[in-house]
Design a binder for this molecule. Structure first.
Ligand code: ACM
Length: 567
């Protein structure tokens, strides 16, 4: 009989443990394997007091269905068979969201400076268990064990976001909650809720009920905008009414559901563009109040935009007042993207506003605004119109700032000069983000090149997408920190987020197909240190992660392409 050298066995143990831990997504900052395993059983107790207790209750809620274990939450334990969650007031070195997890054979100790850190430790614990632990009813015949280890983990960025457009297609509340639960699993912490669009206004505003009575509904939806040969675009419509909105009670429920998972919901109210649904509801907000508009039924950038009158600014401030009551988020997103200036260039009242604000000399005419040519001699938007947009945005920057909030807007809010307290969400590449960070403005990276998940995930047969190509590997390879920024500027890059625009996403099934696993890849780009990331290693862990997503019934895109085509 031959004996293995004990050292060999030990090394094998360590390897096995290290492999198991590599399955955690996003990849852990620091992982040290130890010999042995902690086994959950009927005697296992969760020990927590004070603000740690609700997080322990969440852990219990996660694990109880599949394990069938009682996992009582108690104030003190004798250290045997315990999982202890501790908030350490001296643990500031762990950071606002970091945690330390130590698992040995008879106990697990989870420590953090803040409850958020404990929560992320809980998410890691879930992933250290067999994937069957994600099932929602008792699973027989599984040993619920965790490899002994020491983990220290914390995020690279404080803004780890997922954006969802519910304007183009209304998506039900239950889907939003499932999405938030999946975000939590991936340690994502900002849900950017794009609530208003040309094609639908989705949030109840008590003072202006027509926004949802009229603006939440459209007659029909373009199915496929076809370009036939060199000929005109031939739109095909489905002939089916579409719409929906979230009541203020729905919004409160979602904001609270998110907060329980340490997710901040950042609402977006689009201005001055992407506002057709609002103007269809209240024509006096537009530049041709006598024209009857309908909520848009096809996609694109529409020339219909808010006018720049005092009454419209008051209206939008009233909307923001209700929004601020509902959303505790410091940042309030006001859109600001894709605002064509043609209507302002044709409006005597917009011209009067420009003169009043000293943007143009008193003798300026509409013809001058309309016939402006750029350096190449091409007809272009007059720079004064960009200044008018900047003036418009500044009204809301000042308003939100006075209420202790901060304005956030897409790249184009740089046109005509950035408002003093504004933060920028950089979608047209990173240029706007870099410029803003250099000017000491905060920035969230959202470049369409790497973070637009409404783009195709692969060449070949795929469900209809808006265009583009953003494969998983490209998303994974994204580093949100531009190398050109110096240390002082870098602190202004808060993080990054994935975008889900829903022109071609009409159902939860398709939303999940487009989001996952690209959002899984992005979660690692915003959590894990850049030098600890490698795509091949990610793909290995992803195989196990897919088991978790399967148990949670997530319709993610398989790596080898679609098995069915969600609508
Ligand atoms: C955008 O994609 N228009 C922000």
């Amino acid at each position: 009989m031959s004996h293995s050298h004990p050292l060999c066995l030990c090394v094998l143990w360590m390897l096995a443990c290290a492999l198991a831990a590599q399955d955690v997504i996003p990849r852990l900052t620091h992982y040290q394997a130890r010999p042995g395993r902690f086994v959950l059983g009927p005697a296992t107790r969760l020990v927590a007091t004070g603000a740690a207790r609700p997080v322990a209750e969440q852990l219990r809620g996660y694990l109880k269905p599949a394990t069938g274990l009682a996992l009582p939450v108690v104030d003190t334990g004798n250290r045997e068979a315990t999982i202890t969650l501790t908030l350490d007031p001296k643990g500031a070195a762990l950071g606002e969201e970091g945690y330390r997890l130590e698992a040995v054979e008879n106990r697990i100790e989870l420590r953090a400076f803040r409850p958020a850190g404990l929560f992320y430790g809980v998410q890691t614990l879930r992933q250290l268990l067999p994937s069957a632990s994600f099932r929602q009813a008792k699973v027989e015949g599984t040993t619920w064990s965790i490899p002994a280890c020491t983990i220290e983990d914390r995020p690279r960025f404080s803004w780890r976001g997922s954006h969802l457009d519910v304007g183009r297609h209304f998506l039900p509340k239950d889907f939003i909650k499932k999405h938030l639960e999946l975000m939590a699993l991936h340690k994502l912490n900002v849900f950017h809720w794009h609530l208003t669009e040309d094609q639908g206004w989705r949030i109840e505003i008590k003072k202006y009920p027509k926004l949802t009575a009229v603006g939440a509904w459209r007659r029909e939806t373009v199915v496929i905008p076809r370009v036939k040969g060199d000929g005109p675009r031939l739109h095909t419509f489905d002939g089916l009414p579409h719409g929906g909105y979230y009541t203020q009670e729905d919004v409160k429920e979602i904001v609270r559901f998110a907060a329980d998972r340490f997710i901040t919901v950042v609402p977006e109210i689009e201005l001055p563009g992407h506002s057709t649904a609002a103007i269809a509801s209240y024509p006096e907000l537009g530049n041709s109040p006598d024209r009857v508009l309908e909520v848009a039924t096809s996609w694109g950038v529409f020339k219909t935009v808010f006018n720049v009158e005092d009454t419209t600014i008051r209206f939008l401030k009233d909307v923001l007042d209700e929004v601020m009551v509902l959303f505790p988020s410091t940042f309030i997103h006001i859109g600001g993207d894709e605002c064509p200036k043609a209507e302002w260039a044709g409006s005597e009242r917009a011209l009067a506003r420009m003169k009043q604000e000293g943007i143009v000399p008193a003798a300026t005419t509409l013809a001058e605004l309309q016939n402006y040519r750029d350096d190449q001699g091409k007809l272009a938007e007059h720079p004064a119109l960009h200044k008018l947009q900047a003036w418009f945005i500044r009204q809301f920057d000042a308003y939100l700032s006075a209420k202790g909030r901060r304005l956030l807007g897409w790249s184009e809010i740089l046109e005509g000069g950035l408002a003093p307290n504004a933060a920028v969400m950089s979608w047209l590449g990173e240029a706007a983000g870099i410029e803003a960070a250099r000017g000491a403005h905060d920035v969230v990276m959202a470049p369409e090149s790497h973070t637009y998940f409404d783009y195709y995930a692969a060449k070949g047969a795929e469900p209809q997408a808006i265009g583009g190509l953003t494969p998983l590997e490209k998303v994974y390879g994204y580093d949100p920190m531009p190398a050109v920024l110096d240390a002082r500027q870098r602190v202004h890059v808060l993080g990054a987020q994935g975008q889900l625009w829903t022109e071609y996403i009409g159902t939860p099934e398709k939303a999940e197909y487009m989001a996952w696993p690209r959002l899984t890849a992005l979660s690692e780009a915003v959590w894990t240190p850049q030098d600890a990331r490698a795509y091949g290693d990610f793909l290995k862990r992803l195989q196990v992660h897919f088991e978790r997503l399967d148990a949670l019934a997530v319709n993610y895109r398989p790596l080898d392409g679609p098995k069915s085509f969600p609508r």
